[in-house]
Design a protein around this ligand. Structure first.
Ligand SMILES: Nc1ncnc2c1ncn2[C@@H]1O[C@H](COP(=O)(O)OP(=O)(O)OP(=O)(O)O)[C@@H](O)[C@H]1O
Ligand SMILES: Nc1ncnc2c1ncn2[C@@H]1O[C@H](COP(=O)(O)OP(=O)(O)OP(=O)(O)O)[C@@H](O)[C@H]1O
Ligand SMILES: [Mg+2]
Ligand SMILES: [Mg+2]
Lengths: 267, 267
């Protein structure tokens, strides 16, 4: 059963890219075939894996401009079991480039159709906004994972995020749902963090049995602890498992990858 | 000599609001009259100080729609020496609301003219983008302070940020310059952080004596250490000095406030 997951949060700097890259790498290491789509014009997920922009190779931009482009032509195998569809600065102009195109929200979805057989997981790293790029990701997947930090101000953005998921779910993607939250850079010791997590879990509990996009959502465990190694490895173009495979950050993302794979076996 | 400072960084979650609020409070506590402008539709700076949106009171939005609005009518004194011009969700639509208005970049500047006599410091908390709201802030101030974290991926956005400041400086605000960087949530122990800081300092050193917007820029000291208290106090509507006045976060922001005030005495 192919799992297609958007890592989204319109708030910046919360851990979307770190989570997308390290979950992709962790799941690939467990033998599943993974496609990682870098939907951010900043191209951080691509940078994180050592990919260099601007060398005339393909990117998500080509696929958005022409959804008939075969994924194989623009994506590249960057690690065993791990294929990257790179992000690129040009994507920043996509709102105007696609303005007026009736299918501008479903271009990525069309393009990924041909990849259904080739990959067990499709993970999409979203930019920090609720614009056209993120909406293309939401239209193309069944699941949303929300990387976030357990801080008071982080909770403030959650309402708007879930509203957007709900809108996409009702209008163009009835299969879309929130699978849950990944806690990033987590400091589990402080009561503040624990209160914020309790708030999120209570909110999800009250969604159970209802009909909203959060009715199956949960807080994923383990939380990913704050660990400087996770901030260092992008500067070497490495994911955490090739940089410091037994550091706390690697242990946490490995455990989360195992959860994602185990869930897939039951789907 | 009035100091007008935009806290800007298009990258999200780097510490703009935490820095804007706690520097404003720190400088006010030293006896200077401070106006804090919340330029973010998220309204986090306002929330941080206990201000509640949507109660029919004024906000930056009124001032952008009609720069003739007296600041005193929409701003409110929230602490001794500290006046807040609140942010509000309506501001998110300002790009379209002001589309085509020839003065849409200088509305905040016009509105703040009348406040020149009333305040020693004007601090503007910017949203995580380089759009119309941030451009209004850049057009209205002489100085830019860049809150950022000493991580590899954080460096990536700096080029675009400085390019934008340079463009505003050349086109609509010849007085605009980068005063420097405030290091937020800093982990001074790791070599990674120290390498990133060294990179920034080297970059600023090479700008000295030139003619660019960074020729007077420096890395402000002290760096603000990571301290959970800084993430907790917004949930109580308090700045750090009324929440935990002797915690490391308070010590660091107090020291930075003293630097800003001492600099003013020499300007
Ligand atoms: N668990 C962690 N421990 C330490 N640092 C972390 C952790 N997770 C993320 N970081 C660092 O925090 C910063 C922000 O993370 P990241 O880039 O993954 O966030 P993002 O949500 O993708 O940001 P953006 O909104 O800009 O796309 C990066 O410098 C990253 O290396
Ligand atoms: N020194 C620090 N120690 C611990 N937590 C911090 C520190 N500085 C900021 N934070 C926390 O990090 C998060 C992001 O900070 P903040 O909201 O100030 O960033 P921002 O740049 O204003 O974000 P945005 O781009 O959304 O406006 C907040 O939850 C804040 O409480
Ligand atoms: Mg990212
Ligand atoms: Mg902010």
């Amino acid at each position: 059963f192919q799992r297609t997951i958007a890592l989204m949060n319109q708030k910046g700097g919360v851990g979307k890219t770190t989570t997308a890259v390290n979950l992709a790498a962790g799941v690939a290491a467990l033998g599943r075939r993974v496609l990682l789509v870098d939907m951010d014009p900043q191209g951080h997920a691509s940078l994180h894996l050592g990919h260099e922009q601007g060398q005339g190779q393909g990117s998500v931009y080509d696929v958005l401009m022409d959804p008939g482009t075969p994924i194989g032509r623009v994506a590249r195998v960057v690690r065993p079991n791990l294929t990257l569809l790179p992000g690129e600065t040009d994507m920043a102009g996509v709102e105007s480039d696609l303005a007026g195109a009736p299918d501008r929200l479903t271009r990525l979805r069309s393009a990924l159709q041909s990849a259904r057989e080739q990959f067990d997981f499709v993970l999409i790293d979203c930019p920090p906004s609720l614009g056209l790029l993120t909406l293309n990701a939401l239209a193309a997947v069944r699941e949303v994972l929300i990387p976030m930090q357990a801080h008071f101000l982080a909770l403030q953005g959650l309402g708007k995020l879930l509203e957007t998921v709900g809108l996409v779910n009702q209008s163009i993607n009835k299969e879309l749902g929130v699978s849950g939250v990944v806690l990033c850079a987590h400091d589990g010791v402080t009561s503040h963090a624990r209160e914020v997590v309790a708030d999120i879990e209570q909110f999800f509990a009250s969604a159970r049995g209802g009909e909203g996009a959060c009715r199956f959502a949960r807080v994923y465990r383990p939380a990913v602890r704050r660990n400087i190694k996770l901030a260092e490895c992008p500067s070497f173009g490495k994911h955490i498992f090739e940089y410091a495979p037994w550091c706390p950050g690697a242990m946490d993302y490995r455990a989360l990858a195992e959860v994602l794979v185990a869930e897939q076996d039951m789907m």
